[in-house]
Structures are given as structure tokens and as C-alpha cells.
Design a protein. Structure first.
Length: 343
């Protein structure tokens, strides 16, 4: 059980900046995100595309913005729990009990939802038999790589995730068959080269310009899959486990079951505190809704600042909260780790 002041759901720009604003108020935070790296849409959708509307930064990429935000929050030591999804949220003694699908438990005093357009959910394979067989041997993410040792693996996809796992699992797997719907890969060149080397060594078989059309087996066991190429020629491939990496699609996900006031795929908040219909749970960034809402990163940053002050007042209701400026405040300098002479 990790005890903290605030759990932040979402490690995109707004979630990361929320860590900073809370830290300035001496509040500790733990961050949870369903994807494997911080940055949210900036790293998932446009890591190399330029962003022009961040104040005082004429231009930066999604990756650069994420890197700068991570550097900015270093003084506050926020925990990062990536590749995990929040599955349980229960009010407890004026705070909350939070649990993820990885079994990590948290006790916190407030929750901030900064989940952008929602949690990124894996795009599902559509094939005959996918809903009836191989439920225990079909994987959209890897939680324990040891379960694939000495197994015949079928990996579907052609992006970074698919090829990263081909390269990582090949040394311990019995054999890997990679199926990709094209003959060009979206992974970085070095990973593609590593995959080709494994292919040349006989550790990996690639089937390109093809897709899986049928799954054979039962609920507990995967036996084989039928792969159809563009010429409509079918090949049956034996496999013990199947890993599917077709990319991620944004969905509201489990948040929709938390009992909040939902407005289509967003969460209604007030504009004084950015609090949801459930006291102690806040929402900032693209996932919230209020009259005049604009889905801009800089708006999310503003919301994070106001939410932080509201959370501080909630946690310390009898204490007057003063605005202190990072330019001149010794307390702010101490929290930021700035020593005399560093300015």
C-alpha cells in the first residue's frame, strides 16, 4: 500500500504539470497511466510533431515537451506507475482507496483525473474464434515475460511495440512467428534490423502482407491460427501464445464506471475547483467539460494550478493558503531544491 496525498490518473502533459503544482504546495503525488511511458498523446500520437502554443516556448516536439515536464517535476519525487490501469476507486475515511490491474494499492486524500481523451486501450483483433477460444493465451500487453519462455509465439503487428517484443522475447522463446499486414514496418530502424537478424538466424519467421482470420483451440489452449495473405492463400501456423500489438485507441475506459457525472466521453467539473460530481475527485485537461471548455494543453495547465489549490484547501481546511511566487519565495526555492546562488 502506497500512502500519498494525491493520485493522478494520467501521465500526459497536464498530469505531469499537476505534479508540479501540487509539489509547490508541498503535496505528494503518485501518477498512474495505462501506457508504458509518460507523455500521453504527446508521445503516443505526435512525438515528433511540432507544438507552437506552449507559453514562452516558440516550438517543441511532443517528446521535448514531455522531457521538459519530467525534468521540471524531478524535485518532487512523484511515483510513476506506467502500464497500469486503475480498476478500483473506493471512498475511505475522507479519502480514497485506489487499486490498479497490476495489484498496486494506494491510499490517498484526493484524485486528479488527467486522462486526456481517456485511457488508451489496445485495438482488438477481429477474427473467427477470438471470442470463444484462447482467452488465456491471447495478450494485448506483456505483464510477465517469463510466461513466454520456451513457447511458440505468434506476434501480430508492425510497430515499435510488436518488434520490441520480438527482439526481447526471441532469446527465450522456442520460436516466434511475426505477422504484419504490410511489408513495411513502423518501428525504428535499429529494431527492424535486429528483427531481420533474428529472422536470418531462424529464430523468427515473418509473414508479411497478411492477417489472421481464424483462431483454433479452446478457452485454455491456443493450437493454431489461420493466416491469409493478399493473394487469398491461407497458412495455418501453430502457436502456444499470441501477442497482439495493433496500436492503442482512446476510450473513457473504467473511469466511466466510477459514478461520476459523465458528459458523453468527458467529465463535468465546476470551474472554481475543477472538482467532479464526487467530492475529492478532480478532472483536468481534455477529459473534463464545462461551459466554454477549450481542449488546449495550456488550458489544462491553468486547470492544474487551480485544482492544486483546491486540493490543498480540502486536505488542510483550517489553514489559509497563500499564493507564493517561485521568483522570490524562500519556501518555493526550498521545495524546488534551489540553493542560494543558483538563481
Amino acid at each position: 500500500m502506497i500512502k500519498t496525498d494525491v493520485v493522478i490518473v494520467g501521465a500526459g502533459p497536464c498530469g505531469l504539470f499537476q505534479v508540479f503544482e501540487l509539489g509547490l504546495l508541498d503535496l505528494k503525488a503518485e501518477v498512474i497511466d495505462s501506457i508504458r511511458q509518460p507523455g500521453g498523446q504527446c508521445t503516443e500520437l505526435y512525438p515528433d510533431k511540432p507544438i507552437y502554443d506552449i507559453p514562452a516556448i516558440p516550438v517543441c516536439t511532443g517528446n521535448e515537451l514531455t522531457e521538459n515536464l519530467l525534468k521540471q517535476i524531478e524535485p518532487f519525487g512523484a511515483g510513476m506507475h506506467l502500464g497500469q490501469e486503475v480498476t478500483v476507486v473506493n471512498p475511505v475515511d475522507g479519502g480514497f482507496y485506489v487499486e490498479t490491474d497490476a495489484g498496486q494499492q494506494f491510499s490517498c486524500k484526493a484524485i486528479v483525473i488527467a486522462a486526456g481523451v481517456g485511457s488508451f486501450q489496445p485495438r482488438a483483433l477481429r477474427a473467427k474464434g477470438i471470442d470463444e477460444v484462447a482467452l488465456k493465451t491471447t495478450h494485448y500487453r506483456v505483464k510477465n515475460s517469463k510466461q513466454f519462455e520456451n513457447q511458440n509465439l505468434l506476434i501480430l503487428g508492425g510497430g515499435d511495440s510488436a518488434l520490441d517484443w520480438v527482439v526481447e522475447l526471441a532469446p527465450s522463446a522456442k520460436h516466434i512467428t511475426l505477422v504484419h499486414r504490410r511489408n513495411e514496418y513502423r518501428a525504428v530502424d535499429a529494431t527492424v534490423a535486429a528483427m531481420r537478424k533474428l529472422e536470418a538466424n531462424g529464430q523468427v519467421t515473418t509473414i508479411e502482407n497478411a492477417k489472421v482470420t481464424e483462431i483454433k483451440g479452446d478457452v485454455d489452449n491456443l493450437k493454431s491460427v489461420v493466416v491469409l495473405n493478399k493473394a487469398k492463400e491461407a497458412t495455418e501456423v501453430e502457436a502456444d501464445q499470441m501477442l497482439i500489438f495493433f496500436g492503442l485507441a482512446p476510450k473513457l475506459g473504467p473511469i466511466a464506471e466510477w459514478g461520476l457525472d459523465i458528459n458523453r466521453k468527458t467529465i463535468n467539473v465546476d470551474t472554481e475547483h475543477f472538482e467532479t460530481s464526487m467530492p475529492g475527485i478532480y478532472a483536468i485537461g481534455d477529459i473534463n467539460h464545462y461551459p466554454g471548455k477549450k481542449k488546449l494543453i495550456l488550458c489544462g495547465f491553468h486547470e492544474a494550478a487551480l485544482a492544486a489549490f483546491s486540493i490543498k484547501q480540502r486536505i488542510e481546511p483550517d489553514k489559509k493558503i497563500f499564493v507564493q511566487y517561485t521568483t522570490t519565495s524562500p519556501i518555493m526555492h526550498e521545495r524546488l531544491g534551489i540553493k542560494e546562488g543558483d538563481q
